[in-house]
Design a protein around this ligand. Structure first.
Ligand code: SAM
Length: 279
């Protein structure tokens, strides 16, 4: 059988591709917990990133009737489309998710609800891409490495509180839902996984005056996390500015609340600071 014929044979399941982060879920209990966590409601506009062989896709379709999926692997497109027929109406976007404009997807049907067992090698770029479109997203349910979910949900004082925690929590509520062992996947990943829910804050709650400046303050503050804020932020502002914004210049980034990072960057914006570099 040729590669193309193989790809198109009904019921054919292509080998998992490591470079695409393919670890296919097969544990029915975990799949049902994910669908239950998403809890689709009539009228919801659901979009799944990386549907793979349909482990979450088909149960979501059974529950909701329609779904849009974004899949990069061309070998999976035909089996997905064929497999979906018995379950509901599937729209397949065959693209790299990082090139998909979520705001355009939301255009016709209101804010989208994102779901996905993400390719772990792309988790941070996908999270930041979603943040760029946070205003068009109602919520997100993602399977990620547990270590990443721990960092996303961490608060000040935790060893894993860092740039990812602050950047995500400034824009979204982050809730770690449940852990998933390697045995739930084929092939099993080397690490534990976890499912996280993120709910973007309403724009008025975010209150960041300059998003690029905020991102730079957070990046520099955690770039040298053992340093005091005064030293870590020396390229951006002086200790006196940190103090004037209501923070302690001798504190370290890992002790600073998300709201205080927002306050500092807004103070710098309002009172003059160096121009932020393009990120
Ligand atoms: N949802 C399926 C499951 O739970 O069994 C598959 C999850 S697998 C961890 C990740 C999926 O993301 C794969 O189907 C992979 O082909 C797809 N993928 C990888 N990189 C992608 C990209 N840049 N854009 C869209 N999909 C991608």
């Amino acid at each position: 059988m040729t590669g193309t014929a193989k790809t198109h044979a009904k019921g054919f399941k292509p080998e998992a591709k490591k470079h695409l982060g393919q670890h296919f879920l097969h544990d029915a209990g975990i799949i049902s917990m994910i669908v239950h966590a998403v809890d689709p409601q009539p009228g919801d506009r659901l979009v799944e990133i990386g549907p793979g062989q349909g482990a979450i896709t088909f149960p979501l379709l059974d529950r909701h009737g329609e779904l849009t999926v974004i899949e990069f692997d061309r070998d999976l497109i035909f089996p997905l489309t064929e497999g979906a027929r018995a379950h509901g109406t599937l729209e397949v976007i065959h693209r790299d998710v990082l090139t998909v404009d979520f705001s355009a997807l939301a255009h016709n049907g209101g804010p989208i609800r994102l779901v996905g067992n993400l390719p772990y090698n792309l988790s941070s770029p996908i999270l930041f891409h979603a943040l760029d479109h946070a205003g068009s997203i109602r919520d997100m349910h993602f399977m990620l490495q547990k270590e990443v979910v721990d960092r996303m949900a961490a608060g000040p004082g935790s060893k894993v509180y860092g740039r990812l925690s602050v950047m995500l929590q400034a824009y979204c509520q982050v809730i770690a839902l449940f852990d998933v062992p390697p045995a739930a996947f084929r092939p099993p990943p080397k690490v534990d996984s976890a499912v996280v829910r993120m709910i973007p804050h309403p724009p008025e709650k975010i209150g960041i005056a300059d998003h690029a400046l905020f991102a730079r303050v957070v990046r520099d503050a955690f770039g040298q996390r053992r340093k005091t804020l005064r030293n870590a932020l020396s390229q951006i502002c002086e200790g006196a500015s940190i103090q004037a914004a209501g923070l302690r210049p001798d504190a370290r980034a890992e002790q600073i609340e998300v709201a205080d990072f927002v306050r500092l960057s807004n103070w710098l914006k309002a009172n003059g600071s160096i121009e932020p570099e393009a990120n």
